[in-house]
Design a protein around this ligand. Structure first.
Ligand code: ATP
Ligand code: MG
Length: 761
């Protein structure tokens, strides 16, 4: 083998593939026939296997026009399989430094890939593996220069996902502390610079203390000049160091902030939809934002207090050296201050908790009012919303005044003691100097004490008040934890089978009850449809139609009985895989801010503009998209006010279709549309349905006429299942609904229907 890593030319392909099972699998599947593409895929598969995960080639979405799989496509592939993966630029030195023996995928400039599998630090050599070679091939040793010829820095890091293995650690102070502690180097540097700054800031004080008498008594300008030079030097250094320390603190805070934000969003996204349905968005947002308070406290006040206390160990001996009596009085005053603050801690903490919960209630009124502004305006609810808001504002204001007035007491009570530490101590010092025989305790010493006394008392006092903030921080992190430390779907999202779906669906004796309700939403439901069926669901409001679609999406998972997809129990299927392969269109769909094209593709890697156009055409959306001012690049605002309901709906259908799902669920997708838009969508349904299973919920029976099967639900039970003609013949509920909507077709007149209706209730 050549000793420079490269992706072999097409001629070399066949000899290696036989020995490498991944290449064989790639050849079989017909995906990625070029050696470069194969090298990239095989390297990722090899590394995934190292972490115990078998990647499925079929779940990969490769664009035919793409010369090589891009990092986002590979990363998505890996993440879906439950691994942690990140595409990142790296350099030779970084590769050399990494201790982890796991392979690192290098994306070579020619579109191929190599894997770093070892390193020789003495010789500064990396050991590479050719992903297309067999396991017995020797490794290739390369140095920096040689690697540079074929690689300009693209790499993919892959790790076993910790979260998936041992569950997420709870979000609490300990976790935050651990996050901060992981930056040991910065913390150490901050500590060193703090100590140095303290030392430096002591120099001027000690100098003044020693020399002020000399300068004044002997009028020594030479001494004064020297003092000035020393002072300027010291102050310059102090300024530089302080700047440096501040920078380190800023970096530490920013790093912690981004890490926390990543963790929080990740956890939030892993929570089940059920949870979000039960909570108010405003309150959730407010609670999660509390983490900022904690972060600020940890990297701000807590750290400063810690530094202050460290400085005390230097300062205390000095003040005691100047005059022990004075030092004791200052210490006692500081201790008294601390006691006063400690007494107020608990009541203040309780009150703060009440303020926080009142604030969060107020926040949710605001968020709800803004989110529901259309309804508020339409129903002229402004005044009742305002009244609610006024009440909340008044409550918060009252509590804040209560909190402020209580917090005022310790401030007022401690003020005299604080003043003693500065002025009082000096007066006492003067008294001692007048009456003592100790000549060393002179004006210089008093000046020195004046400067140092406050710096001793300050940290002691802030130590007491920091206890209060610890409580606040704990309350705040409690709020965050309330949201994030609950059972999530992560295990189901990262584990489980990833079968290739056909679309056979079976409900076997499924019973399901929503949390907090008495009667089951689905009651011993059983039915079975083969792949490719177009199934219509009808039934009165509340009969359980949407619940069926929710269970199919894995939104609610604590049902009894079994739901099987192609014979596999749904609980064993990887949830993300399931949802990706099951398209869903609701009555009201959320379109994200961004272009039409982005909304259809919605960030799925591996899909191209052509896919978007194909999906739009299938959904009947192409016609209006092309008439938009910028076509596929037209920007959609939040809430999409620039689109009509029908247009929005067709976009949502296109978005569901773009990944070519094997099962497509439409829950009242056309109910809110005008007859013309509905006809447009319905006209496409037959085309859309080709090659997939469809589950269509609709109140309008006429839009279900094309269905292969229609299932009638009543109070969570399957009443009947059959074609339209069969059901009109034999199912009373269906016949009633049908003739209610199509009175002109009613052979026996409406009176008969009224009778059926009466029979039913
Ligand atoms: N999130 C929920 N929490 C509690 N109960 C719910 C929830 N969603 C639905 N239900 C209840 O479950 C039952 C079935 O509701 P489902 O939404 O499936 O009915 P549906 O047939 O889709 O009705 P509609 O035609 O009005 O959409 C109803 O009795 C409803 O009150
Ligand atoms: Mg419904």
């Amino acid at each position: 083998m050549n000793d420079t890593p490269h992706s072999p030319g097409p001629g070399e392909t066949s000899g290696q593939s036989a020995a490498n099972p991944d290449i064989a699998a790639l050849n079989d599947s017909g995906i990625g026939t070029s050696p470069q593409v194969q090298a990239r895929l095989a390297s990722v598969m090899f590394t995934a296997r190292y972490h115990g995960v078998e990647l499925n080639v079929e779940s990969l979405r490769l664009r035919p026009d793409e010369p090589a799989p891009s990092p986002p496509v590979l990363v998505e592939w890996l993440r879906e399989a439950g691994l942690w993966a990140r595409g990142t630029p790296m350099n030779f030195r970084q590769l050399m430094r990494i201790d982890d023996p796991a392979p690192i995928v290098l994306l070579l400039d020619d579109g191929g890939a190599a894997m770093v599998v070892g390193r020789n630090r003495e010789k500064q050599i990396l050991l590479l593996r050719d992903p297309r070679g067999s396991a017995s091939d020797p490794m290739v040793a390369v140095d920096e220069l040689r690697l540079k010829q074929v690689w300009s820095g693209g790499a993919i890091l892959i790790r076993a996902s910790r979260a998936g293995v041992e569950g997420d650690p709870p979000m609490n102070i300990a976790l935050l502390a651990k996050l901060i502690w992981s930056d040991k180097a910065i913390l150490r540097d901050i500590a060193i610079s703090s100590i140095t700054i303290t030392m430096l800031s002591l120099v001027p004080i000690l100098l003044v203390m020693r020399e002020i008498s000399a300068v004044l008594q002997y009028k020594s300008t030479a001494t004064l000049d020297m003092i000035i030079v020393i002072l300027i030097t010291v102050v310059t250094f102090e300024a530089l160091l302080t700047w440096g320390r501040k920078m380190m603190e800023v970096i530490l805070a920013a790093k912690l902030d981004s890490r926390l934000n990543l963790i929080i969003f990740d956890r939030l996204m892993a929570l089940p939809i059920e949870f979000f349905e039960r909570q108010r968005a405003g309150e959730l947002t407010y609670k999660i934002q509390q983490v900022n308070l904690v972060r600020e406290f940890l990297t701000g006040k807590l750290m400063n207090t810690f530094i202050d206390v460290m400085m005390l160990t230097i300062l205390l001996p000095i003040v005691f050296f100047i005059n022990a009596t004075l030092a004791w009085t200052v210490l006692i005053a500081a201790a008294l201050i601390a006691v006063i603050i400690a007494i107020f801690l608990r009541p203040l903490g309780t009150l703060t908790g009440r303020v926080i919960s009142a604030e969060s209630g107020k926040g949710s009124v605001l968020v709800e009012s803004i989110q529901g502004i259309k309804t508020v305006k339409a129903l002229a609810l402004e005044s009742s919303r305002s009244a609610d808001w006024d009440r909340r504002v008044a409550e918060v204001a009252e509590l804040n005044i209560e909190l402020g007035s209580m917090a005022n007491w310790p401030t007022a009570l401690t003020l005299p003691l604080q003043r003693y530490c500065t002025y009082g101590a000096v007066t006492l010092g003067a008294f001692i100097a007048l009456h003592s025989s100790n000549a060393a305790f002179d004006a210089g010493s008093i000046t020195g004490f004046l400067m140092l006394g406050g710096r001793v008392a300050g940290p002691l006092v802030s130590l007491a008040s920091v206890m209060e903030d610890v409580q606040k921080a704990q309350a705040a992190i409690g709020q965050v934890g309330w949201v994030l430390n609950r059972p999530n779907e992560r295990h189901a999202l990262t584990h489980g089978l990833r079968p290739r779906f056909e679309g056979n669906i079976e409900f076997d004796d499924v019973t399901f009850k929503y949390e907090g309700t008495k009667s089951p939403a689905l009651d011993k439901m059983s039915f079975k449809i083969p792949a490719g069926t177009m199934l219509g669901l009808v039934g009165r409001s509340g009969s359980g139609k949407s619940t069926v679609t929710r269970l199919l999406q894995g939104i609610n998972r604590d049902y009894s009985g079994a739901i099987k997809v192609d014979g596999t129990d749904m609980r064993e299927i990887n949830l993300r895989h399931l949802r990706k392969n099951f398209g869903m269109v609701l009555q009201d769909n959320f379109l994200f801010r961004g272009s039409v094209r982005d909304n259809i593709l919605s960030g799925r890697p591996g899909l191209s503009f052509e896919d978007a156009v194909r999906a739009a055409r299938l959904a009947g959306a192409e016609e209006f998209i092309e008439r938009l001012p910028n076509g596929y690049d037209t920007f959609i605002q939040e809430g999409s006010p620039n689109l009509s309901g029908g247009q929005k709906q067709r976009l949502a259908i296109a978005r569901a279709l773009v990944s070519d799902p094997k099962v497509l669920i439409l829950d009242e997708a056309t109910s809110a549309l005008d007859p013309e838009s509905e006809a447009l969508v319905n006209a496409n349904i037959q085309r859309i349905a080709k090659g997939r299973t469809m589950v269509i919920v609709s109140h309008r029976l006429s839009s279900l006429l094309d269905c292969d099967l229609i299932m009638v639900l009543e109070r969570g039970r399957t009443v009947d299942i059959g074609t339209h003609h069969e059901l009109v013949e034999r199912c009373a509920i269906y016949r009633h609904l049908w003739f209610q909507q199509n009175r002109h077709l009613d052979p026996e007149g409406y009176a008969n229907n009224a009778k059926i209706a009466a029979d039913l209730t």
